[in-house]
Every structure is written in structure tokens, then in C-alpha cells.
Design a protein around this ligand. Structure first.
Ligand code: TXA
Ligand code: MG
Length: 350
């Protein structure tokens, strides 16, 4: 596969022209990567099966893993969803546009390839000017998974997208770094009680406050074998750099001490070690490369850094990446831990 991938840079002067050209590519059945407030998505016309197929091919994504459909207004939601329960409407009122994907029963207008053969569809109204204008100008809902090669960390910059997908997609809109850094919270609202299938920036507490109750339907473990899952994405390897990844969980001082020991062990074997750690831990240990997760008490900084950090350390050809599991595991920290645990080949709890 080698397509000439166009790169559109957004500035105040180019905005209208870029949206015009990119939306035309979408309308003609092509693929365009674009920023959202969470991560970059790889978009195509959600209602055009040939266009959606190109997303699966470019990413190397398993065919049974459904795509999130991005919409710009509530009218599109009514066109796609069979039925919108009252509780789902309330969640939309509260969190849209924003990093919340709602799983709803869908109408037959949504092709099977988009839903991975399910009778439900994930809908999300992103809180990003570029994304919203692109959807509006395309005049169609846009299916968009994260714009990475399947199994790799999600992209938070246009450079990440280019690294993974150049030559495989029609265009990338470079709108700078994304704000949130981890993907949307995915909530199944097809039954009476909302079920969180993937944690994100919007926390279980946020959902509970709005909907009254909430169930947790995900685990941070890698799913193996024939375990049945509520969301096909749960079965697949995620966020996985080429280097080995070890996450160490515990109190700050215990984690810092354990990291020192682990570095010594790998240095003895002549291997290169990279650290993905809080500023506090970075002050007490050093290795071949360090990428900061920010202050250990500020999970939103960690959210913005984890995917960039995993990619950066991988590009530096580390044999081992050690991840600091002493950072805060609350609020968006829950989503950070979920992604880091899934990225880890081994988790050490102390
Ligand atoms: O923030 C985000 O959600 C980003 C940006 C681009 O919007 N998108 C994203 O898409 O993370 P993706 O494809 O990487 O992850 C979508 C997740 C997958 O785990 C998938 O299995 C799940 O949502 N999903 C999508 N439709 C579903 C459905 N109908 N039922 C259950 N799970 C679904
Ligand atoms: Mg993804």
C-alpha cells in the first residue's frame, strides 16, 4: 500500500481551506486523520462501507472491532440510533460535545463494517473545532478509531499519525497536540444502568452523578483466550511499544527504590533502560532516557504524556521501559492506569 498522504497544517489563515479540501476527501470515500480533544482519529464516511474498509486496512485492525462514529449535532444522533433512552439523553446533555462515547442500538443505515457486525453503534460528539467542522462540511457522520497502527499507542500529535500511517491514508490534518491525551470514556447505555466499557477523562463518578448509578464493565488486564467481552476492543493488545514494559505499582518511595534495583539488573545485562515516571521519581533515579509524566498528583498531566512518552522511549530504542505506578489513580488517573497496565508486559506490585 502506498498512497501519497497529504499533510494539511491548520493555522488561522488555512482553516477554511483545509476543512474544505479534507471534507471533500471524506465525501469521495477517502481517509483523513484529524485531531479531537482526546487523540487523533482516522476518519472516513461512516455510512460508506468501501470508505470504512480503508480504515481497517490502513490500521491493520481486526474486522470485528467496531468503530466510533463521530457526529456534529444531535440530529445525526437521531438518524443513527434506533432509540435514545432518557438516561442517554441526560448524559448527552451533560457531556457532549466531549470525551464520552455512548453505545446505543443502531438503525440499519449504519453498515455492518462500521459496527463490527453488532446491532449497536458507538456515538461521540467531539469537543474540537477542527473535528466538528470536518463532520459538518463532510455532511456525513465520520467513523474514526484512533489513528495508530493497530496495537500501537494512540497518537496525540500529527507526527505520531505520520509515523504510523504515512503512505496508507489520504490525508492528515495537523492541528497540534491533543488536549486530553487518552481516548474517550465508552459507556453502554442500551440497558437501564450505564456500563463503562472503557475508562476515560469522564470518570465513573461523573457518570454516576448524572445517571444515578453506574456499573464497571472493563478490566485493566489483558483479556486472554475465550473470555467473553462486552466490547470487542477489550480482546486485543493495546498501546504496546516494541520495548519490554514493566510497571511498578506502590508508594512513591518503594517504587523509586524498586526502579533503582531494576535498572541495575538490566544494566548488568548491557541493556538500555528508559523511564516513564513522575517528576518526583525522576529526581531520585536516572537511566538512559527519561520521559516525564508531570507531577505524580496531577493525573491530567500524565494523561497528556503517556502515549507520547511510550512512543518517544520506543524511538530511542530502549530494551526496557519502566513505568511509574505511584502516580494518582483517581479521576482521569483511572484511565491512565488502565492504558499503562495494558501496555505493560509485567506489573510488579509492592
Ligand atoms: O477518544 C476516542 O474515543 C478516539 C477519538 C478518535 O474519538 N477514538 C477511539 O477509537 O479511541 P478506537 O476505535 O480506538 O476505540 C473504540 C473502542 C474500541 O475498544 C471498540 O471496541 C469500542 O470502542 N466500541 C466501538 N463501538 C462499540 C460497540 N458498538 N459496542 C461495544 N464497544 C464498542
Ligand atoms: Mg484505539
Amino acid at each position: 500500500m502506498s498512497i501519497d498522504t497529504r499533510i494539511f497544517r491548520i493555522t488561522d489563515n488555512t482553516f477554511d481551506e483545509v476543512i474544505k479540501e479534507a471534507s471533500q476527501i471524506i465525501r469521495e470515500g477517502g481517509t483523513v486523520a484529524f485531531p479531537t480533544e482526546t487523540v487523533y482519529g482516522l476518519g472516513a464516511d461512516a455510512l460508506n462501507p468501501d470508505a470504512v474498509l480503508k480504515i481497517f486496512e490502513a490500521k491493520g485492525r481486526p474486522a470485528d472491532n467496531p468503530l466510533i462514529v463521530h457526529i456534529a449535532d444531535r440530529k445525526q444522533c437521531i438518524e443513527l440510533a434506533l432509540d435514545i433512552p432518557e438516561m442517554a439523553s441526560r448524559l448527552m446533555d451533560t457531556f457532549w460535545p466531549g470525551p464520552l462515547t455512548l453505545i446505543l442500538k443502531c438503525k440499519t443505515i449504519v453498515p455492518y463494517i462500521t459496527t463490527g457486525g453488532l446491532d449497536t453503534v458507538g456515538l461521540r460528539m467531539p469537543d474540537d473545532r477542527i473535528a466538528l467542522e470536518l463532520i459538518r462540511c463532510a455532511g456525513t457522520p465520520i467513523a474514526a478509531p484512533s489513528a495508530n497502527r493497530s496495537g500501537y499507542p494512540s497518537p496525540t500529535t500529527a507526527e505520531h499519525v505520520i509515523q504510523d500511517l504515512e503512505g496508507r491514508i489520504d490525508a492528515v490534518i495537523d492541528g497540534g497536540d491533543t488536549n486530553i491525551g487518552v481516548e474517550s470514556t465508552v459507556v453502554d447505555v442500551t440497558a437501564n444502568i450505564p456500563v463503562i466499557l472503557r475508562p476515560g477523562y469522564i470518570s465513573a463518578e461523573d457518570i454516576e452523578q448524572c445517571a444515578g448509578t453506574v456499573h464497571i464493565g472493563y478490566t485493566d488486564r489483558q483479556i486472554t483466550g475465550n473470555e467473553s467481552v462486552r466490547s470487542p476492543g477489550m480482546k486485543y493488545t493495546h498501546y504496546s511499544p516494541k520495548a519490554d514494559v514493566i510497571m511498578i505499582e506502590g508508594d512513591f518511595s518503594d517504587v523509586a527504590y524498586a526502579i533503582t534495583g531494576l535498572i541495575a539488573e538490566y544494566y548488568e545485562k548491557g541493556q538500555r533502560v528508559g523511564l516513564l515516571v513522575s517528576d518526583e521519581v525522576a529526581r531520585t533515579v536516572s537511566a538512559d532516557a527519561t520521559f516525564s509524566l508531570g507531577r505524580g498528583q496531577d493525573p491530567s498531566q500524565a494523561a497528556r504524556s503517556i502515549f507520547m512518552g511510550l512512543r518517544h522511549l520506543d524511538n530511542e530504542n530502549m530494551d526496557l521501559i519502566i513505568v511509574d505506578g505511584s502516580i494518582t489513580n483517581e479521576g482521569v488517573g483511572t484511565a491512565v492506569f488502565n492504558r499503562l497496565r495494558k501496555a505493560a508486559d509485567r506489573i510488579i506490585k509492592i
